[in-house]
Design a protein around this ligand. Sequence first.
Ligand code: ARG
Length: 273
Amino acid sequence: MYLHVSYKYMFPYGRLTRRVVPAERGMIMKKKLTLVFAAAMMILAMAGCGKEESKTLVMATNAEFPPYEYRDDSQNIVGIDVEIAEAIAEKMGRELKIEDMAFESIITAVSTGKADIGLAGITVDEDRLEFVDFSDSYTTAAQVIIVKEGSAVAAPADLEGKKIGVQLGTTGDMYADDIADATVERYNKGFEAVQALLQDKIDAVIIDREPAKVFVSENEGLKILDEEYTLEDYAIAVKKGNTELLDEINEALQELKDSGELQKIIDKYIVAE
Ligand code: ARG
């Protein structure tokens, strides 16, 4: 009894105090929960960001290769490959992001994961298969020889001992390298090789057929030899072993082939002769 009274006396708000304590604990709990909630939100937000990131499809290209990829008058990168990539990205529910770089950097960009796909009129080639995987082919292509009108070079066999211009790191570069006694002049852009030819610095250019047609049509005094150098397949490069992405791309590509959309894209840029 005494104790009871004294307790009340000394702690008139004893009960209250006791209630306050749990309430304080509640506050702490609430704070903790708030923190947990905040952390969870942050993780979700980060995961969300990650998702945002994987929602893009990064395409490494070299926009010096009409009609596959080049800059239009407003400096936008356009062309067959760009439209194919856009169509694939759309089917995958991703947003296409284009990274324009030197042609010879594309395979590295893909193999290191800097880019998801390499799409740049890339020829399927044994050496490249060591670093990347290729999708199914989306078109066939050819290497051709550009010379000046009236040139002594009339067929591939005449290239022996000649000065040949190529774009650095392309299959044209590899082929030229194999020609007996030829001197290979390597340029960063295919068009620079064509300019060198116009200025008589070199005897011929080995380059892919469609860009060759564009460059020859834009410059007087050049022609493409009738005999093609080689036939090739263009495909999309993805990181080696990324079968998930490769499958998705092949699936999208097949749909574009089946629906006729792929051919439509090609026909938009390449007028059949
Ligand atoms: N087809 C050739 C190759 O794979 C040349 C491609 C060049 N492409 C470009 N966008 N510059 O080596």
